[in-house]
Design a protein around this ligand. Structure first.
Ligand SMILES: NC(=O)c1ccc[n+]([C@@H]2O[C@H](COP(=O)([O-])OP(=O)(O)OC[C@H]3O[C@@H](n4cnc5c(N)ncnc54)[C@H](OP(=O)(O)O)[C@@H]3O)[C@@H](O)[C@H]2O)c1
Length: 320
């Protein structure tokens, strides 16, 4: 496993980050805790030292299970622990964005309690909140850092203008955007911005929510909200899977699975510090660690980019 410094922080993180969104029944169906726990242990054995979760994943469930596991195994200090806040779900299903000063302090306390730890290594704003002034967010962050509850701050799903607004008041050490062979929008502005300002990037949905995992067929059906995604609907799915089949041949030539190839594609981009991979069972993570061993050649990287760009356009048109 290779490691990189996360932006300008002192965090040395593995290039694969273990994603915990899969402990969210609304998106991924019933949660199987035991296989997931075995996967966390397998990740650690494979050299993964970076784990990403959020308070909103399963409305606290992901943090609670992770906290139990890390406490029980005594492995909290072997991980760089990243979590997020933003969605105020205290009143039940009608969640809403909340980055007000007092809410941040309360949300952080609740995350620390669920995670059974005294500090969070990377605390991320999950998305842009248009209603709260950046200086108010900064005041809460200063307090959390002063109290030793948070080491570094990051943000997710922001554009460069939004990062600028925050960066006038506090350090944004890391951006967490979507980026994969089937989601390349951030390559135009966000990734160059992060490179220019030495902001770490940990991209999510490296496997496009499983579509680049290589195990779905045109007959696969999806539970939860993935069923509403045009790339997962029958017409679009068929087109994407054709590109996946072609990429499998490229992967085989490199001694990789298609999932490993897709992650290596992401990691070859110079802005990417670590690729987050969503994991449900040990088999998901044991091979993926190989993706970080090497880079793709420029020729292969661009061939894959072009092939999946075409597949995405055709799939969206077919599902419209
Ligand atoms: N900040 C945000 O707004 C945001 C949004 C989304 C995600 N995230 C973070 O990023 C993480 C990853 O993104 P994601 O959840 O969208 O998922 P992803 O990594 O794109 O896809 C995960 C799915 O891919 C399949 N998979 C995983 N490893 C595999 C392997 N080695 N071979 C074949 N298939 C494999 C599994 O599908 P099956 O379960 O079907 O087998 C798994 O559930 C999340 O867990 C979360 O931490 C953040």
């Amino acid at each position: 496993m290779q490691y990189r410094q996360l932006g300008a922080t002192d965090l040395n993180v593995s290039r694969i980050c273990f994603g915990c969104w899969q402990l969210s029944p609304a998106w991924w169906g019933a949660v199987q805790v035991e296989p997931w726990a075995a996967a966390v242990r397998a990740a650690l054995d494979g050299g993964v030292n970076f784990i990403d979760t959020a308070d909103a994943y399963g409305d606290g469930l992901a943090e609670t299970e992770l906290g139990k596991l890390l406490k029980g195994d005594g492995t909290r200090d072997r991980f760089v622990l990243a979590t997020k806040f933003f969605w105020n779900f205290a009143d039940g299903p009608d969640r809403f964005p909340d980055t007000t000063h007092d809410y941040i302090l309360r949300a952080c306390e609740a995350s620390l309690r669920r995670l059974q730890t005294d500090h969070i290594d990377l605390y991320q704003i999950h998305a842009w909140d248009p209603l709260t002034r950046p200086d108010e967010v900064a005041a809460a962050f200063q307090q959390l850092r002063r109290e030793g509850k948070v080491r570094w701050f990051g943000a997710s799903n922001l554009n460069p203008e939004q990062m600028e607004l925050y960066r006038a008041h506090f350090d944004v050490s890391c951006l967490q955007p979507p980026f994969s062979l089937l989601a390349t929008e951030v390559a135009a502005r966000e990734l160059p911005y992060c490179l220019r300002h030495n902001i770490g990037v940990i991209n999510y949905s490296s496997l496009q929510r499983g579509l680049l995992g290589g195990h779905y067929t045109a007959e696969s059906t999806f539970v939860g909200r993935r069923a509403d995604d045009p790339l997962f609907r029958r017409a679009g799915l068929k087109i994407v899977l054709q590109a996946v089949e072609e990429a499998k041949a490229v992967a085989a030539g490199l001694g990789l699975t298609i999932a490993e190839l897709a992650v290596r594609w992401v990691l070859t981009h110079p802005a990417i510090t670590s690729a987050i991979v969503g994991v449900r069972k040990a088999e998901h993570i044991t091979g993926i660690v190989r993706a970080a061993d090497d880079r793709l050649t420029q020729k292969t990287w661009h061939w894959l980019a072009a092939r999946f760009r075409r597949a995405q356009a055709e799939a969206l048109a077919a599902s419209a």
